[in-house]
Design a protein around this ligand. Structure first.
Ligand code: COA
Length: 382
């Protein structure tokens, strides 16, 4: 297998892109990444996307985007793994380069959520859960996370206000990211006063519905070392049951643990070597559970990292360094690629006011469903 490096990155701002369609957003991100990499063509394009069929009536977005970016003829396909679609596309791109099948591969994550009305988006997002056993009971995706949060608060004697630090940190970092959806810091009081969505999850516990596209360009280290921005040190996937009630313990994300451990072993590191972590903070409870299962906090103590502000840019483990899913936004199928673009920014010293000083190893974790597909990538600086 060949070592794989990232030679270019591009992104659009995450927002409500009412004036742009899915193909336009993908085009903008891909063109920015190609310019960054200094290339005019590529061997293949893998598109991470979750909801194009469900919300836009448009599948077949691999060929759609390849044609629209002027590369009709190249290999292209969509990769889907619910909210982990972006990281899944990256993994497929890695397979292609590492195996020697292709040299230069583009991985684009793109999602268009805001052209649909609220109920349609809620139903679309619920396709990541178990239709037969969960969704048929009438529960939404936010509702499932609310059950987890309520159970966590009960079992570990945690109060809702203890989660505030996750939202405050994300918005603080998003304020310095010109590509973030929300660019205003919030105070703890804003969190406490936010309107309730599905008790105990309020507006500030939740990532938004939004649009966006991001792209990374992959190539083999041999031949492209001089143009490398970062090395992919590890890529690992693990799965769990879609339905939360089928799990060994609803408050332990086994797939996060397995995926993280596999990634640490591949990169030959331990959690203490990670300089920053782009965590899948779709909801504050997901951030807490992920920190625990990935080995950064003991069980029931992930939330303490927010309370003790260990997660800030200068903290023990900076997370959501460009705003995370909460503030940069969570255009679901694109999120995993945004996370990689942001880790590359940190490793190349391009993160501006949010720069983690001396960052050498960055981890990104993208979760599909409420923990059923977990994809971890670890990148190293050049
Ligand atoms: N955080 C902070 N502010 C938010 C927000 C969020 N997550 N979502 C919306 N807002 C703001 C909007 O900017 C808007 O502000 P304005 O009035 O100043 O313009 C206001 O809240 C209302 O926005 P709107 O789009 O009408 O919100 P909504 O009530 O329709 O939807 C949620 C809010 C939280 C219900 C929706 O974003 C949601 O369902 N999020 C979860 C998405 C999800 O499950 N993703 C998958 C996770 S894996």
């Amino acid at each position: 297998m060949r070592d794989v490096v990232i030679i270019g990155v591009g992104q659009t701002r995450v927002e409500e892109h009412w004036g742009k369609s899915l193909r336009h957003m993908a085009h903008d991100a891909v063109m920015a990444a190609m310019k960054d990499a200094g290339i005019e063509t590529a061997d293949a394009l893998y598109v991470g996307n979750m909801l194009s069929g469900e919300l836009g009536g448009q599948e077949h977005v691999g060929a759609l985007v390849a044609d629209f970016i002027g590369l009709r003829g190249i290999e292209a396909m969509k990769v889907e793994a619910a909210c982990a679609s972006g990281a899944a596309a990256l993994r497929v791109g890695m397979f292609a380069v590492a195996s020697g099948i292709h040299d230069v591969v583009m991985v684009c994550g793109v999602e268009k959520m805001t052209d649909a009305v609220g109920d349609e988006v809620t139903s679309g997002l619920a396709t990541a859960a178990d239709q037969e056993y969960e969704v048929s009971q009438g529960i939404s995706f936010v509702g499932l996370n609310a059950l987890l949060m309520r159970r966590y608060m009960h079992q570990f004697d945690v109060k809702h206000e203890h989660f505030a630090g996750f939202a405050v940190n994300a918005h603080k970092n998003g304020a310095n990211n010109p590509n973030a959806m929300f660019q205003s810091p919030i105070k703890a009081e804003t969190y406490l006063r936010a309107s309730m969505i599905a008790d105990p999850i309020n507006l500030m516990d939740s990532s938004p519905v939004c649009d966006g596209a991001a792209c990374v360009i992959l190539a083999p280290a041999d031949g492209y070392r001089a143009r490398a921005k970062a090395h992919i040190l590890a890529s690992a996937v693990a799965t769990d049951s879609l339905a939360i009630h089928d799990r060994r313990d609803p408050l332990t994300l086994d797939a996060v643990a397995l995926s993280s451990q596999k990634a640490y072993a591949q990169a030959r590191i331990t959690p203490t070597d990670v300089d920053l972590f782009e965590v899948h903070d779709a909801f504050t409870i997901m951030a807490a559970l992920s920190l625990e299962a990935a080995g950064f906090a003991p069980r029931g103590r992930g939330v303490c990292m927010a309370v003790d502000n260990e997660i800030g840019i200068e903290g023990r483990l900076p997370i959501s360094t460009m705003g995370g899913l909460k503030s940069r936004g969570h255009p679901v199928g694109a999120t995993g690629v945004y996370q990689i673009v942001e880790v590359v920014a940190q490793l190349t010293g391009q993160a501006g006011k949010n720069q983690v000083q001396g960052a050498r190893i960055g981890m990104a974790q993208n979760i599909g469903g409420s923990g059923a597909t977990v994809i971890t990538h670890i990148l190293g600086g050049v």
